[in-house]
Design a protein around this ligand. Sequence first.
Ligand code: AMP
Length: 175
Amino acid sequence: MSLVEEIKDKIRDVKDFPKKGISFKDITPILKNPKLSSKIVKKLSGFVSNRSTHIVGIESRGFLFGIPVSIEKNISFVLIRKKGKLPYKTISTDYNLEYGQATIEMNIGDIGPGDRVIIHDDLLATGGTACAAAKLIIDQGAIVDGFSFIIELDFLKGRKNLRKFSDNINSIVKY
Ligand code: AMP
């Protein structure tokens, strides 16, 4: 089986979660397979350029593979979290989800001018979350070096929204 087939084989589709009409792509079965997780880390690491200085992972599933990729590439990992979770001073932005509205935050000072950042999440849907993350990064004077996802929901055309920040948009499996 190819890596794409192996991943698709493990992704669990949960219909009508978190609300009617959404087919939720549950990646937790992947995590029970360390060999597959290791292949995913290697593949995602290939999306990080040698000039990149940081991986920014989006809560919470963006932490799962974002951290091992940052370790593999020997670069910093920075968290983007939902409002109210980070104890230190934060910078925040509001955005629209495929299924609702939210605010994300990051610690002030985690990234700064000249840093080159890869934004990582488990899944690209409309691109609202990744766009909000990119805005936070640019607001702090850093550069968006690219985007990396395990899954891309092609039919939602989220990629189109990300191109204004970077053309380096990568995903492993598409639906
Ligand atoms: P979006 O901002 O629309 O690109 O949505 C991306 C964020 O919402 C990511 O953090 C995903 O984990 C989550 N998400 C959106 N749609 C789905 C879906 N169908 N299955 C799993 N997660 C999703």
